[in-house]
Write a protein that binds this ligand. Structure first.
Ligand code: SAM
Length: 185
């Protein structure tokens, strides 16, 4: 299975994301996803928490964000940032695949800038499929991969079909029609 990068590399990535997030607020990206007050979100591969924190503000007190990462520093950083911002609706999970969440409990799962790193993407897609509600959304982006690689990678399992794409993300829902393009969300 996957291994966390060194602490030094993780800190370097976190610094890079500070600049990335200055040029484009993560909230702008999340506007392409159906996130409502009260939504339950899983940010799989949360890193230093750019998307988790933005989502925690968007879902409000009645919602919840689970921020999961394989790297202990990610968990430390995301917990620290949430506590400094007073976001009590964010829960950090340290894992390399299993979420420990109940079946069909999540409205939206993020898989942002991580797909290219996964050694067993199908196992992780199966776990995300398990925890998503029947009408839940899997939202994916990965600037390391071309569109056909993302579409084939996610729909090739037969677990998800494409709902629509925005400028920044591809949104999928549960369903077996491989590569279907039948609805915008
Ligand atoms: C490039 S970062 C993206 C972070 C965040 N999604 C973002 O876009 O701001 C990828 C993250 O995925 C995590 N990661 C890699 N493999 C993982 C796995 N199997 N399970 C959970 N997290 C993983 C890494 O530790 C890293 O924090």
């Amino acid at each position: 299975m996957d291994k966390p990068v060194s602490d030094a590399n993780f800190r370097l990535m976190a610094l890079g994301f500070k600049f990335r997030d200055r040029s484009l607020q993560r909230r702008k990206v999340l506007e392409e996803v159906d996130i409502k007050p009260g939504s339950y979100i899983l940010d799989y591969g949360c890193g230093p928490g750019s998307y988790s924190l933005a989502a925690a503000e968007m879902v409000g007190k009645s919602g919840k964000v689970y921020a999961l990462d394989i790297h202990p520093l990610a968990i430390e950083m995301v917990r620290d940032k949430a506590s400094r911002k007073g976001l009590a609706n964010l829960v950090a999970i340290h894992s390399d695949c299993a979420t420990g969440l109940p079946d069909e409990s999540i409205d939206v799962a993020f898989l942002y800038d991580i797909f290219h790193e996964l050694s067993s993407p199908d196992k992780i897609l199966a776990e995300l499929h398990r925890v998503l509600r029947p009408d839940g959304v899997l939202s994916v982006n990965d600037h390391h991969l071309a569109e056909p690689e993302i579409l084939a990678g996610v729909t090739g399992t037969g677990l998800f079909r494409l709902l629509g794409k925005g400028k920044w993300v591809y949104n999928f829902t549960k369903g077996g029609a491989k590569g279907g393009h039948d609805a915008e969300r």
